[in-house]
Unconditional design. Sequence first.
Length: 162
Amino acid sequence: MDLIWLIPILPGLGAAINGLIGIRSFNKQTAALVACATMLGALGLSIYAFIQLLELPSEAREHLVTVATWIPAIPLATAQGIGSFQVPWAFRLDPLSGMMILIVTGIGFLIHVYSTAYMHDEPRGGYSRFFCYLNLFCFFMLMLVLGSKFLVMFVGWEGVGL
């Protein structure tokens, strides 16, 4: 379960590969394979993490993984004195977010597979660009679902709107 940070990273990696390399040099099959494979990997990790979550006792079904410190501790004046404000870049897996990652990765993978045939008449560069955007959308949706702090969730929310 410590690898839940990989669940959003895989579609983000697929978006980066298709966006930076695929638009210029991939054929349609390679672009679709990269996009679908990263979503399938994210789906596999989501299923694995959800099964591990269900094996925990019901009162302990929460797992928090801190990836990095986004905003370091800043002294902050409060009504009770001096406190600190900090925001870690962390992901939280609980039963609700576990169900949502299964929905996002499962339906997202099916959309990717369907889109390979639906977008078949597009030119090669547009095809790769479409899969870049689709993977980027799934990346931000998973950031929104797994974010443990409101600022991390806000990044996901704004990315989905992008």
